[in-house]
Design a protein around this ligand. Structure first.
Ligand code: GTP
Ligand code: SPV
Ligand code: MN
Length: 595
C-alpha cells in the first residue's frame, strides 16, 4: 500500500519519524474490520486484550497504574512566546521542547510497529472536516481510533497528492529490546510523559502515555487544542460541548450545545431519556462541537467524532439507558472490573454487586475490598452509530443550527439549578467564569474547585483571554441569530451532602424551561446573577421533590456571591491586557446588581 501513496510531504514526514523512532516495521491502516480484528487478535495473544464472553466482539484492557487519565501538568501549548499560550496553559519554548522530545523519541519504537492512521474528524469530505495522520506504536490506539474517528483508505483518497493534514506523532515510549517480554500496558514513567501542541504549525507530539486524550490524538489534541487555535484564526468555534436535538410535543426542534467540564455530565445529557411526556431527545455528539456560521447567518454544529469515549462508573440502565444499549457489542472497555462470568462491571452498574470480580489492576476483588473495582476514570469506547437515540442527522456535513448554549459545572453550593444570561456578553461572562470541582478525568486531586472557563481550561490551544474575545466577536457576528445562553448546576447538595436535584433524565425539565424561554412563552425572574425560573414554570410533574429542596436549588446566597465577586476579580487579573474590557464591565454590572 505504501507504494500507492503519492503524497510527497506525507511520505517524507513518515520517513523522518521512522528514522527517529526506529520501529521494526511500518504498517498503513486501511480502517477495515479485518484490520481491527487482526490487531485485536495480536493483543489477545500478547495478553493485553481480554475478550468478553458476554458482549460480542468486545474487549477489556487494563492500563498501567501511572496511565489512567489525561496529564494536564504535562500537557503543553508550545507557541513562539509564552504570552500566546496564556496563563492557563503550560508552556515550553518550541525549540527546547522539540529537543527534549526528540531525545525521548530517539529509538523509542524499537521492537515495535509504527502504525500510520489516516483519519478524518467529521464526515469524510465534508467542508467542515479536517484530516489528521497519527503515527503511533500502539495497536490499542489503532483500534480505539477506528471507533472514535473515520479511519482509512478513503481519507488518503481525499488527501490526494498534496492535501492538507495535521501531523500527530504518538509513542507509548516503551521500546522493546530483542527477546524482551512486553508489559501488558507498556508506557513511559509519569515524569517522561509529554503531550505537546505546536498550534502555530498545526503539529502534535505525544510521548509516554497510551490512555485516552493523551493518545487518541484526534480528540482533545486535534479537535480541541489545535482546532481551537485554527478556529480563532479562521472565525469558527471548536468547543468541549455535547450536541443534542430536543423535540417538543408540538414537533418543534431545538438544538442544544452544552459545555460541562470533564466527567460532569455531557454524555449523560447528550443521551438523556426525557422524564416528561411528549418530549424527545436525540444525540448528535457527547464531547466536542465544531461550529460555523452558515449562509443563513445561524451557527451550525457538527460532531467531529464517530464514537463515545465515555466515563464508565455511574453509567447504568437507571442513569443512562441509551449509553448502556450502545455497549452490547463492538466496544472497548478500559480499566473496568471483570466479573467471573466474563462481563464488565463498575461502581453504579445495574443489579447486584458481584460477590467476586477482578478489579482494574487485575487483582481479586470483593464488596469488602477497600478500593473500587473499576478505576473512577474507567472508560468505554463505543461506536456512536450503536446509540439507540443517535440523531438521524448526526453525520449531516452541514451540521445542525444551534438554538441554545448551556454552560455548567459541578458546584456543591452557591450556583443555582439554572439561570439565563441577560444577553450574549453576559453569557460569555458566565462561560468565562464557570467553575467546577475537579474529577478523575485528569491525574491529580479530585474535588478541588477551580475555574474551568467554557469547560476549556485543559483544551484551549491559545491565550484564554483571546479566546474570551473570540466568543465576544462571534456574538457580534451572529447578532440577532445568536443562540440563547444558560448556566446550569445539577450538582448542588443539601447541608447533609445529598444531591438536591435528581439529574439525568429529569434534566429535561430544565431544558424544557429553556425552550419555553426561547419561544417567548414564559417570563423569568430578574436577579443579580441572571434570569431565574418562576417555580410554577418548572415542570415538576411526577417528580418527588420537596418544596424546600426546590427553594434551595433556586436560592441565591448573597454572601456567597459577594465572595464569588472578589474571587472572579482575582481570577480575571491573571489575563492582564488580554482580558476583554466587556468582561470587566460585566463584573461591574454584577457587583452593582448586588448593591
Ligand atoms: P468527559 O467524557 O470526561 O468529557 O465527561 P462528560 O461530561 O461526558 O461526563 P459524563 O456524562 O460521563 O458524567 C460523568 C459523571 O457525572 C458520572 O459519574 C455521572 O454519574 C455524573 N452525572 C452525569 N449527569 C449527572 C446528573 O445529572 N446528576 C448527577 N448527580 N450526576 C451526574
Ligand atoms: C475528558 O477528559 O474530557 C474526556 C476524556 O473526554 S479524554 O479523551 O481522555 O480526554
Ligand atoms: Mn471531554
Amino acid at each position: 500500500m505504501l507504494a500507492t501513496i503519492k503524497h510527497e510531504k506525507l511520505n517524507c514526514w513518515i520517513q523522518e519519524v521512522a528514522e527517529l523512532c526506529q520501529p521494526d516495521s511500518i504498517y498503513w491502516c486501511d480502517g477495515t474490520k479485518k484490520e481491527y480484528d487482526s490487531m485485536m487478535s495480536l493483543m489477545i495473544e500478547s495478553g493485553m486484550a481480554i475478550p468478553l464472553s458476554k458482549r460480542a466482539n468486545s474487549f477489556l484492557f487494563r492500563s498501567d497504574t501511572s496511565d489512567v487519565a489525561r496529564v494536564e501538568d504535562q500537557t503543553y501549548i508550545s507557541t513562539l512566546t509564552q504570552d500566546e499560550a496564556g496563563p492557563t496553559n503550560n508552556w515550553i519554548d518550541p525549540a527546547e521542547l522539540k529537543k527534549i522530545m526528540t531525545d525521548l523519541y530517539t529509538g523509542c519504537m524499537k521492537g515495535r510497529t509504527l502504525y500510520v492512521i489516516p483519519f478524518s474528524m467529521g464526515p469524510i469530505g465534508s467542508p467542515i472536516s479536517k484530516i489528521g495522520i497519527e503515527l503511533t506504536d500502539s495497536p490499542y490506539v489503532v483500534c480505539n481510533m477506528h471507533i472514535m474517528t473515520r479511519v482509512g483508505t478513503k481519507v488518503l483518497e481525499v488527501l490526494g497528492t498534496d492535501g492538507e493534514y495535521i501531523p500527530c506523532v504518538h509513542s507509548i515510549g516503551a521500546p522493546l529490546a530483542e527477546g524482551q517480554k512486553d508489559a501488558s500496558w507498556p508506557c513511559a514513567p509519569i515524569e517522561k510523559k509529554y503531550i505537546s501542541h505546536f498550534p502555530q504549525e498545526n503539529l502534535i507530539w505525544s510521548f509516554g502515555s497510551g490512555y485516552g486524550g493523551n493518545a487518541l490524538l484526534g480528540k482533545k489534541c486535534l479537535a480541541l487544542r489545535i482546532a481551537s487555535a485554527m478556529a480563532k484564526r479562521e472565525g469558527w468555534m471548536a468547543e468541549h460541548m455535547l450536541i443534542l436535538r430536543l423535540t417538543n410535543p408540538e414537533g418543534r426542534r431545538f438544538h442544544i450545545a452544552a459545555a460541562f467540564p470533564s466527567a460532569c455530565g455531557k454524555t449523560n445529557l447528550a443521551m438523556l431519556k426525557p422524564m416528561i411526556e411528549g418530549w424527545k431527545c436525540e444525540c448528535i455528539g457527547d464531547d466536542i462541537a465544531w461550529m460555523k456560521i452558515g449562509t443563513d447567518g445561524r451557527l451550525y454544529a457538527i460532531n467531529p467524532e464517530a464514537g463515545f469515549f465515555g466515563v464508565a462508573p455511574g453509567t447504568s440502565y437507571d442513569s443512562n439507558p441509551s449509553a448502556m444499549d450502545s455497549l452490547n457489542k463492538n466496544c472497548i472497555f478500559t480499566n473496568c472490573a471483570l466479573t467471573d462470568d466474563g462481563d464488565i462491571w463498575w461502581e453504579g452498574f445495574d443489579g447486584e454487586t458481584p460477590a467476586h470480580a477482578i478489579d482494574w489492576k487485575g487483582n481479586d476483588w470483593t464488596p469488602e475490598s477497600k478500593s473500587s473495582a473499576a478505576h473512577p476514570n474507567a472508560r468505554f469506547t463505543a461506536p456512536a452509530s450503536q446509540c439507540p437515540v443517535i440523531c438521524p442527522d448526526w453525520e449531516d456535513p452541514n451540521g445542525v443550527p444551534i438554538d441554545i448554549f448551556v454552560f455548567g459545572g459541578r458546584r456543591a453550593s452557591v450556583v443555582p439549578l439554572v439561570n439565563e444570561a441577560y444577553d450574549w456578553n453576559h453569557g460569555v461572562f458566565l462561560g468565562s467564569t464557570a467553575a467546577s470541582e475537579t474529577t478523575a478525568a485528569n491525574i491529580g486531586e479530585v474535588g478541588n474547585l477551580r475555574r474551568d472557563p467554557f469547560a476549556m481550561k485543559p483544551f484551549c490551544g491559545y491565550n484564554m483571554g483571546e479566546y474570551f474575545q473570540h466568543w465576544l466577536d462571534m456574538g457580534n457576528k451572529l447578532g440577532e441569530k445568536a443562540p440563547r445562553m444558560f448556566y446550569v448546576n445539577w450538582f448542588r447538595k443539601s447541608p447533609d451532602g445529598k444531591w438536591l436535584w435528581p439529574g439525568f433524565g429529569d434534566n429535561v425539565r430544565v431544558l424544557k424551561w429553556m425552550c419555553e424561554r426561547v419561544e417567548g412563552k414564559i417570563d423569568a425572574i430578574e436577579t443579580p446573577i441572571g434570569l431565574l425560573p418562576k417555580k410554577e414554570n418548572l415542570d415538576l410533574n411526577g417528580l418527588n421533590i420537596s418544596n424546600d429542596d426546590i427553594e434551595e436549588l433556586l436560592r441565591i446566597d448573597t454572601e456567597a456571591w459577594r465572595a464569588e465577586l472578589s474571587d472572579i476579580e482575582k481570577y480575571f487579573q491573571q489575563f492582564g491586557s488580554h482580558l476583554p474590557q466587556p468582561l470587566y464591565a460585566q463584573l461591574e454590572n454584577l457587583r452593582n446588581r448586588f448593591k
